[in-house]
Design a binder for this molecule. Structure first.
Ligand code: ADP
Ligand code: ADP
Length: 227
C-alpha cells in the first residue's frame, strides 16, 4: 500500500524562488495521477520532493502516514523513471535490470525471476544480452521502466518518460505504461507530462498545475469536457 499525502507543501529555491505555494493533495494507493502544466510550473520539483531528492521548504509530505524525510531512501519503495533513461552503458539489459536487486542482496534465483518477469512484461526478453547502445530509444526506455518494475515499488514516479521518443515509439511505450498500470494495480503511479493525450489516456485523476498552485483536479473527462 502507498498513499501519498501532501499538506500545505511549499517550495522555495535558494531562499528566493517560490516554486510551490500551498499544495494539498491526497493520492490514494493504486491511483494513477498525472500532473500537467506548462514548462517551469514545478512538475519535476514536485516529483523530486516526493522521491526525497529535493527538500521541502514547508508543509508535510507523507507516504502511508509517515513523513517522507523520516523514511530512509532505500525503504521508501519509490522508483523513478526519467526522460533520459540513465542506463548503465557498460552493462547488459539484464544487468541494468538486476543491479538494484544485487545491491539489495537478493538471491540469484530471485533476481533472475524478477528480471525475466519484467522483461517478459515489457517484451525485452530477446534483448537481455544487449548493451544499451544497441537498443532503440523506445527499447531503452522500456529497460528503464523494467529497472523500476523489478523492485516492486509501492510508488512509481515518471518524469516525462516519453518526451525523448519519436511519435510511433511514444504511442507504443504509452501503451506499455497503460499495461503496467493493469498488471500492477496495487502500485501508486505519479506521472508528469505536458502532453494532454498522455494525461487523458493514462490518468485516473489529472492535476493541473500553474505557477506553483493546483488549478484543477479531476478525472480526465471532468477536466477536459467541462473546463
Ligand atoms: P517543470 O518540471 O514543470 O518544467 P521544474 O520543477 O523543473 O518545472 O522547475 C520549476 C521552477 O523552479 C522553474 O522556474 C525552475 O527554473 C526552478 N528550479 C528548478 N530546479 C531548480 C533549482 N535546483 N534551483 C533553482 N531553481 C530551480
Ligand atoms: P525539466 O524542465 O525537463 O524538468 P529543467 O531543464 O527545468 O528540466 O531542469 C533540469 C535540471 O536543472 C534539474 O535538475 C533542475 O533542478 C535544474 N534546474 C532547473 N532550473 C534551475 C535553476 N533556475 N537554477 C538551478 N538549477 C535549475
Amino acid at each position: 500500500m502507498a498513499d501519498v499525502k501532501l499538506t500545505n507543501v511549499k517550495k522555495v529555491y535558494n531562499n528566493q524562488v517560490e516554486v510551490m505555494r500551498d499544495i494539498n493533495l491526497d493520492i490514494k494507493q493504486g491511483e494513477f495521477i498525472v500532473f500537467v502544466g506548462p514548462s517551469g510550473c514545478g512538475k519535476s520539483t514536485l516529483l523530486r520532493m516526493i522521491s526525497g531528492l529535493e527538500s521541502i521548504t514547508d508543509g508535510t509530505l507523507e507516504i502511508d502516514g509517515q513523513l517522507v524525510n523520516d523514511i530512509p531512501p532505500a525503504m521508501r519503495g519509490i522508483a523513478m523513471v526519467f526522460q533520459s533513461y540513465a542506463l548503465y552503458p557498460h552493462m547488459s539489459v539484464y544487468d541494468n535490470m538486476a543491479f538494484s536487486l544485487q545491491i539489495a542482496k537478493l538471491s540469484k534465483e530471485d533476481i533472475d525471476t524478477q528480471v525475466r518477469k519484467a522483461a517478459d512484461m515489457l517484451q525485452l526478453t530477446e534483448y537481455l544480452d544487449r548493451l544499451p547502445k544497441a537498443l532503440s530509444g523506445g527499447q531503452r526506455q522500456r529497460v528503464a521502466i523494467g529497472r523500476a518494475i523489478v523492485r516492486k515499488p509501492k510508488v512509481f514516479l515518471f518524469d516525462e518518460p516519453l518526451s525523448n521518443l519519436d511519435a510511433a515509439l511514444r504511442v507504443a511505450t504509452r501503451m506499455e505504461i497503460a499495461n503496467l498500470k493493469e498488471s500492477m494495480p496495487e502500485s501508486t503511479m505519479i506521472y508528469v507530462t505536458h502532453d494532454q493525450v498522455e494525461a487523458m489516456t493514462l490518468a485516473d485523476r489529472i492535476v493541473l498545475l500553474s505557477a506553483g498552485n493546483i488549478e484543477q483536479v479531476g478525472a480526465p473527462l471532468e477536466l477536459y469536457e467541462n473546463p
